[in-house]
Design a protein around this ligand. Structure first.
Ligand code: THU
Length: 131
């Protein structure tokens, strides 16, 4: 799939966000090693801590799809610098990542920054530490 399609899908996800409290919609799109895509948006709650992030939703969808390897994850917000994953989501991405996993920060205008998960979460803790 061409990257323009990924951008369209992550924008569609962002536009579904339920954000009455922050008014900060976020979309996330996971692309797996198999080339499949899974999207998610942030969903807030009147009990603020019960809301969840877009990345969390996309990762849950990937797991429900029977997959566990994130090749790339697109994160879109309306911020000019693109959607920036919070610390908790960096760790959630880490669980299903490898050394090459890319995190692609997007604004509605397109890709703003391409990073490796290792740039966002250096010296990270992961499943192999428990084995
Ligand atoms: N948010 C995400 O969806 N992903 C992130 O990585 C950063 C923050 C959401 C949570 C909340 O609904 C809103 O953005 C403002 O923090």
């Amino acid at each position: 799939m061409h990257e323009d399609n990924y951008i369209a899908l992550v924008k569609e996800a962002m536009n579904k966000a339920y954000v009455p409290y922050s008014n900060y919609p976020v979309g996330a799109l996971v692309v797996t090693d198999n080339g499949n895509t899974y999207s998610g948006c942030n969903v807030e709650n009147a009990s603020y801590p019960e809301g969840h992030c877009a990345e969390t939703a996309a990762i849950a969808s990937m797991v429900m799809g029977g997959e566990k390897n994130i090749r790339m994850i697109y994160v879109m917000s309306k911020n000019d610098q693109g959607g920036c994953p919070c610390g908790g989501c960096r760790q959630r991405i880490r669980e299903f990542s490898d050394i090459d996993t890319q995190v692609i920060l997007c604004s509605p205008g397109g890709v703003q920054q391409r990073l490796l998960l290792a740039d966002l979460l250096p010296n990270s803790f992961g499943p192999e530490h428990l084995l």
